[in-house]
Design a protein around this ligand. Structure first.
Ligand code: SAM
Length: 449
């Protein structure tokens, strides 16, 4: 009780504080609570991280492989429940929106706050998140990148319909002491808060450990693609529930940050789920539609004397495009630019084959060979030049689809009074444009002399 009371006071500080607030006893008491619950916490403390929020840091030197945190099986907050109302709500959430299911469970625990076993954890969750479901329409527009804008709008629509229609239908109108949200009507904003808490803090855990779960304290670790810690899961016997453990990935000095790798995530997912973006993200790509008209325009832009029309492929080209799943029923036309491969293999193969003289040129060619870069161009030098120039034209078109150029974006960033959301949205679109410029540069370097 004593530590709970202290937490409540301190938590208000976290919820109201700006990012520069110093870390005090409230976050450290999360460590005390995990220990009280039978967890093990090594030489660690919560500290301010370089990017505003908080993170975990070592208080002593740690050897590679040493355990930093071990959570007993009852501490992770998973979607598992026997509550019939929650289960009925889960049935109405599409599989890919598992964050909403776990979010509903989190909201139910927050509602029965005083009796929830996770009360100290819930008290310490941030009140605000920087994920784009909380953006204004101006901030969403500032992303300038249609695939992500669609994702954001889809999530906002789902949350609004779920809170205003699905939940009242399942739960019924008016106060109901028995249902998991008691007399409270769940507003879209509360649902969005819980979805953001989950998307930015849950970890994928094996089914035996309850599936994707919120892991108290472990979720204070920030992300890096060069992590200093690693999450492992192990059971003492096949019947027993697993222990979740963070171990040091390498020898750590005193005061080093414990970073986990959240996964091979693009900036789209980092922003959508976690509310931040990373420069030089090796997993980032620009998504485009494989579209005949667009590719014909790319040929025009890059002054390629094309042998055939992308919009009207010949029969033999249609058959090959179909094998690449870029044509016909069941085609998946989303393709990407960027990354070390510069161009998604299917797009590279399609552009090469569309610039082939005729079907005879392709008789002995393996479609797989068309999808990769090789020292010897698979269909000859002239074909490779046309293909690369078409792809450069495509990259240039993708750049011009953004309403502003990088210089304008950068001057936006140095203006005073810009909101955090606008700043992150602007950084996001700058990184997409840099990625396209890097791709064009990489393609030019592949141009056969
Ligand atoms: C699992 S929590 C980590 C703890 C969090 N920093 C806190 O203050 O509670 C994930 C959130 O931390 C922040 N974060 C984690 N890694 C980051 C990074 N490399 N750069 C910027 N923000 C990061 C983002 O706000 C993200 O949604």
């Amino acid at each position: 009780m004593k530590s709970g009371a202290r937490l409540q006071v301190q938590v208000l500080r976290r919820w109201c504080s700006s990012s520069s607030a110093s870390v005090d006893a409230s976050e450290q008491s999360l460590i005390a609570w995990v220990r009280e619950q039978g967890g093990r916490v090594g030489a660690l403390q919560v500290g301010e991280s370089g990017h505003g929020g908080w993170g975990l840091r070592t208080t002593d030197a740690v050897r590679a492989g040493e355990s930093l945190i071990a959570l007993p099986p009852h501490l992770p907050l998973s979607v598992q429940t026997s509550d019939p109302v929650l289960l009925a709500l889960f049935d109405r959430v599409p599989e890919e929106l598992w964050t909403v299911k776990l979010g509903l469970k989190l909201l139910a625990e927050r509602t029965r706050f005083q009796t929830s076993q996770w009360r100290p954890y819930i008290q310490n969750l941030p009140k605000r998140f920087t994920v784009p479901i909380f953006y204004s329409s101006e901030e969403i527009q500032a992303l300038q990148y249609v695939p992500l804008m669609h994702q954001v709008q889809k999530r906002i629509r789902f949350l609004s319909e779920f809170a205003s229609e699905t939940m009242p239908n399942v739960i019924g109108q008016g106060p109901q002491p028995d249902h998991p949200f008691k007399k409270h009507q769940v507003l879209p904003h509360a649902l969005a808060w819980s979805m953001a808490a989950v998307s930015s803090r849950a970890f994928h855990v094996h089914k035996s450990g309850g599936g994707s779960s919120l892991l108290p304290l472990v979720d204070m670790c920030n992300h890096s693609f060069a992590p200093t810690g690693r999450l492992v899961q192990h059971s003492s016997s096949p019947q027993s529930l697993p222990v979740l453990e963070v171990v040091a990935e390498k020898d750590l000095d005193e005061g080093e940050d414990v970073f986990l790798n959240y996964g091979s995530l693009s900036n789209d997912i980092l922003l959508l789920d976690y509310g931040f973006v990373l420069p030089n993200n090796p997993n980032d790509r620009v998504e485009l539609r494989y579209d005949g008209q667009l590719l014909d325009t790319a040929c025009l832009v890059a002054k390629v004397d094309s042998l055939s029309s992308f919009k009207h492929p010949a029969q033999w080209q249609q058959e090959l495009l179909e094998r690449l799943q870029l044509y016909g029923p069941g085609a998946s036309q989303s393709v990407t630019l960027g990354g070390t491969e510069l161009v998604e293999g299917r797009l590279l193969a399609a552009v090469r084959l569309m610039h082939a003289q005729d079907s005879n040129t392709l008789i002995d060619v393996d479609l797989k060979a068309l999808q990769i870069w090789d020292r010897t161009p698979p269909l000859g030098v002239m074909n490779e030049r046309r293909a690369i120039r078409t792809l450069i034209g495509l990259g240039m078109l993708a750049l011009t689809a953004f309403p502003t150029v990088i210089q304008e974006d950068e001057s936006e960033l140095v203006k005073g009074g810009i909101s955090d959301n606008l700043r992150i949205a602007t950084q996001f679109r700058i990184l997409k444009k840099h990625l396209l410029l890097e791709t064009i540069k990489g393609l030019k370097a592949k141009y056969p002399s």
